[in-house]
Design a protein around this ligand. Structure first.
Ligand code: SAM
Length: 301
């Protein structure tokens, strides 16, 4: 029998949770998305076809889940709250042939799952505020790159993910996300669209896999080091951040001088003033200087 539930009604949600003696926990960033048109937008952005392999993080009691299953996708959801898991299993979708529930912390369960099944077609979720950024960052750092991902995140995080180079929001996570994905903010969602309403605005973020990564495969490690070092302290110059960062530890004083000479990037700038070309030039220079130094070390032996 199809699960019918008034997901747009705070009263119905409160009643369901009340009957089971549940309370919403701030700890798990639990804010249910009420507005039907917004939930539909998230699903339509995913451009699903029947049989698509889809993962949803943090389904709650299933307000987006139910719309995903209507699309006849093969769905696996990851939920930490055991009470919500009982509702999903017992009342809502337990008998649905296309539905799999993974109970527990997605930060621990998602990556072993991806390792087992391989990269999926889509990943989505109205992510909890407390783990949203870390989960997205870990996904982007992993080798799993689904062609499309759609997440609802705190607006401030969304703005950083989608930031244009050299803008105020331009940061390490902008570089991480935009290396492999084109990022767009598809909508801003007011607190009133949630129950209970959070304190801040949210945004729906669409990640579309680029045909070609901005970072060549051999430069990925160097790019990751440079990205982390340069934004370590925004007020510092990139020279000082490099000196105190991992690249400085790898290269030493002379190596740092060689890095800037090789890259042609001005060392007294701040990271937020650099564009893609400069980050890539520094990554390429780090790669080259390290390779030269390891060649020197081998010759010295
Ligand atoms: N998808 C539902 C909706 O849109 O109405 C609920 C979204 S609510 C913002 C976030 C959901 O993620 C909650 O159900 C919460 O219990 C769950 N959650 C929080 N931390 C989690 C984690 N580490 N792993 C898996 N689920 C988590």
């Amino acid at each position: 029998m199809k699960w019918e539930f008034a997901y747009d009604s705070p009263k119905a949600i409160a009643q369901l949770l009340g009957e089971r003696d549940f309370a919403m926990t701030k700890k798990f960033g639990q804010n249910f998305l009420l507005t039907t048109s917004i939930r539909e937008k998230i699903v339509s952005l995913l451009s699903l076809t029947a049989g698509s392999r889809v993962l949803e993080i943090g389904p709650g009691i299933g307000s987006i889940t139910t719309l995903l299953l209507e699309q006849e996708v093969d769905l696996t959801v990851f939920e930490i709250d055991h009470g919500f898991c009982d509702i999903l299993r017992e009342e809502a979708f337990g008998s649905h042939p296309n539905f799999t529930l993974v109970e527990g912390d997605a930060l621990k369960t998602l990556f072993p799952h991806l390792k087992r099944v391989g990269t999926v077609d889509r990943i989505c979720g109205n992510l909890p505020y407390n783990v949203g950024t870390i989960l997205v960052a870990r996904l982007l750092e992993s080798d799993h790159r689904p062609p499309l991902m759609v997440f609802t995140l705190q607006k401030e995080v969304a703005d950083r993910l989608a930031a244009r180079e050299r803008s105020k929001e331009w940061s390490a996570i902008s570089l991480l996300a935009q290396a492999d994905y084109d990022i767009t903010t598809a909508a801003t969602i007011p607190p009133s669209a949630f129950y209970p309403p959070p304190k801040v605005e949210s945004s729906i973020v669409l990640f579309t896999l680029r045909e070609e990564s901005r970072v060549p495969p051999h430069l990925r490690e160097s790019f990751s080091i440079i990205r982390g070092d340069l934004f370590a302290q925004r007020r510092k110059t990139i020279l000082n951040n490099v000196r105190s960062g991992k690249s400085g530890a790898l290269l030493g004083k002379e190596g740092v001088a060689a890095l800037f000479a090789e890259s042609g990037v001005e060392e007294n700038k701040r990271a937020e003033a650099l564009g893609w070309d400069e980050f890539l030039a520094l990554s390429a220079a780090l790669y080259t200087v390290r390779a030269n130094r390891s060649g020197d070390t081998q010759r010295d032996r």
